[in-house]
Design a protein around this ligand. Structure first.
Ligand SMILES: [Zn+2]
Length: 389
């Protein structure tokens, strides 16, 4: 687990910034207040208040919020855990995990302070368990793994599944390897040992046991076998065999190509064997069930990036006339040259409805699972997502 920075001093220092008109505009920490003071951009008017000496041009995003946001941003920020009220070992909690947030558009990212809350480490860790579960659900919904950057090898998965089903079926029947010939078994072992693959070495273990133990030693994939006595219809067995044998033949061709000049090449001997000899076929099945189902994706895309990109595919624009306040919604890019004359002065806002829902779902999840008793009443699920209104 990554280390969480703790806040030994007060996180919110609650400096108040007043406008020239003496209205409380926003709050900030001492660093920012001193920044204004050091540049003569503000005058200190009380112990923890400064007044700006200028009218901020265009009012930056800190100043523009809807009513709920205003209330939230202008109230005193408490220096204790929003869940339990503890004021020690605090950490800043991102309601929308950073793995998603960092891929969001700037107009949303810049508004992140709404979704950063103070929590003690204990409450933070308790909630993280639920958050991890929620991430797994998101991962399933988007069919995109959370962890390693892997891609599923569908063909391998198909062969593995077929081999696994056949192994289960054959080991139910038990007599698949009845015909043990010790001499041949030893030869097999010697031959297999020459191969490098540990997969194949594992197979040898199976040959070392007589058939009474065979089913117990076969592999862990067959745990449910005894309880599951369903027989696979013959026709299906033939289909499954075909899948495995096609794979086996194909990879043998590839191996032979690669190892053509290799003096230890045993594949010719393998090829000489009757592929349908039960014991030999069993060893093929053992190899097949060891096939990797995933491999590293050379074009790795992080889970968070994938999810956010997917959510951002749906968007629309709001075109607002600054003269009349009229608004129109466009589903496509607005053509600059084709703007109605009524909108000589207008601004355009891009909106991502799915992303909005995603963020609100995280807020909702936080309220439901962290159950913050000390959270401001002005912190609401429906508070603004974007920096500008
Ligand atoms: Zn707490």
């Amino acid at each position: 687990m990554k280390r969480m920075p703790t806040k030994s001093k007060q996180v919110y220092e609650n400096w108040k910034i007043y406008s020239l008109e003496n209205e409380l505009m926003f709050r900030c920490n001492s660093k920012k207040a001193l920044w204004y003071l050091s540049r003569n951009l503000a005058t200190q008017i009380s112990e923890d208040s400064i007044q700006l000496n200028f009218i901020p041009k265009g009012l930056g995003h800190h100043f523009q919020h809807d009513d709920d946001d205003d209330n939230y941003f202008l109230e005193d920020k408490m220096n204790y855990c929003v869940c339990c009220g503890n004021n020690e070992n605090s950490t800043l909690h991102h309601v929308v995990p950073n793995m998603y947030r960092k891929y969001m558009p700037e107009v949303i990212k810049s508004h992140a302070s709404h979704d950063i809350l103070l929590m003690c480490i204990k409450c933070h860790l308790t909630y993280e368990t639920f958050a991890t579960e929620f991430k797994k659900q998101i991962s399933q919904k988007f069919n995109f793994p959370l962890g390693q950057a892997q891609i599923r090898l569908d063909y391998n998965a198909k062969v593995r599944k077929a081999a696994s089903a056949l192994l289960k079926e054959f080991n139910n029947m038990k007599d698949i390897v009845d015909d043990h010939d010790n001499k041949e078994e030893k030869e097999n072992e010697e031959k297999e040992k020459n191969k490098e693959s540990k997969v194949i070495n594992n197979n040898n273990n199976n040959y070392n046991h007589n058939h009474n133990n065979y089913s117990n030693n076969n592999n862990n994939n067959n745990n449910n076998r005894k309880r599951n006595q369903n027989k696979i219809p013959d026709k299906r067995i033939q289909e499954l065999k075909k899948i495995v044998l096609e794979w086996y033949n194909y990879q043998n061709i590839q191996i032979n190509d690669v190892e053509h000049d290799n003096e230890n090449n045993n594949n010719d001997e393998d090829n000489d064997k009757n592929i349908l000899d039960p014991k030999f076929f069993n060893s093929i099945l053992q190899k097949a069930i060891e096939l990797p189902e995933y491999q590293r994706n050379p074009e790795f895309i992080e889970h968070g990036k994938f999810v956010i990109n997917s959510l951002m595919k749906e968007y629309y624009y709001i075109k607002i006339s600054l003269e009349t306040g009229e608004q129109e919604i466009f589903n496509n890019e607005v053509d600059n040259n084709n703007i109605d004359n009524n909108y000589k002065i207008w601004k355009l806002k891009k909106r991502w409805p799915l992303l909005e829902n995603f963020i609100k779902n995280w807020r909702s999840h936080f309220l439901n699972y962290a159950k913050p008793k000390y959270l401001s009443n002005n912190w609401k699920i429906d508070n603004s997502i974007y920096i500008e209104q």
